[in-house]
Ligand binder design. Structure first.
Ligand code: DX5
Ligand code: ZN
Length: 245
């Protein structure tokens, strides 16, 4: 078991950008650097243009995640996800995130996920308005705000996502649902990580910035968490000066 204190609990490394030849090794490096959530991107070549991975990958990573007391969140970028909920649960997912755009009976899908004993999450494409989500908010554990169009890593963060995150934060507060986690996925780097944190995101999914950036995985994660910490400190100081903020 890793003895270092988790320092990067707000970052969920997305293995889509990892080197698949060394997947276990790289995930271990991220866990050793403090990650406590692994983000697994599942693509079907239908809902999104590319194919990626299936339940076998979740199953293969489960024992490693357990050694670090880490969670596996599975992001299902697939049409008709209901067909695969049980399989991804049995493979060892802690949470299943479905796309609102892929679920005509979202309420039913979310209920099915919860009845399997895992956490239900809903992802929203950049062009999907928040109002589409309003009526299931009380039933979900987390909302994944896509800050790129889903389907591939390495894209640029869409700035309008920040306003969406802030609106979602307010909406959740109004409904007494502050416990629902807001995560953001796509184009996260130290700068956009700080902006997304300021807007109200509690969890940042990062692929390229963790696995494909210039430094080591540990240093890349440190750079992200330093940016988030700095943003939080600035915010706390600003609130102390002007408590009405
Ligand atoms: C995009 C995926 C993301 C992706 C993010 O469709 O859902 O999780 O891995 O990659 P980066 O961080 O490179 O934008
Ligand atoms: Zn994702």
């Amino acid at each position: 078991m890793n003895s270092r204190a988790p320092a990067n609990i707000l970052i969920a490394p997305s293995i889509l950008s990892a080197d698949f030849f060394r997947l276990g090794e790289q995930v271990k490096e991220a866990l050793e650097a403090g990650a406590r959530r692994i983000h697994v991107d599942v693509m079907d070549g239908h809902f999104v243009p590319h194919l990626s991975m299936g339940p076998q990958v979740v199953q293969a990573l489960r024992p490693l995640a357990d050694r670090f007391n880490a969670q596996i969140y599975t992001h299902l970028m697939i049409t008709g996800p209901d067909r695969f909920l049980a399989e991804f649960t049995h493979a060892g997912s802690d949470a299943l995130i479905v796309h609102l755009e892929a679920c005509p009976h979202l309420h039913h899908t979310v209920r099915s996920i919860r009845s399997l004993g895992v956490l239900p999450g809903v992802a929203l494409n950049p062009a999907t308005p928040l109002m589409m989500l309003e009526d299931v908010l009380a039933d979900v554990d987390n909302v994944l705000v896509m800050s790129v169009d889903p389907g591939s890593g390495g894209q640029e963060f869409i700035p309008a996502s920040l306003a969406k995150i802030s609106r979602l934060r307010r909406l959740l507060a109004e409904r007494g649902l502050d416990h629902v986690e807001i995560a953001v996925d796509g184009g996260i780097n130290p700068q956009t990580a700080a902006n997304a944190t300021e807007a109200g995101a509690a969890m940042l999914v990062a692929g390229s910035a963790v696995f494909n950036a210039a430094a080591s995985i540990a240093d890349n994660m440190q750079a992200l968490s330093a940016a988030i910490r700095q943003q939080k400190t600035t915010r706390i100081k600003a609130t102390a000066v002007n408590p009405k903020d």
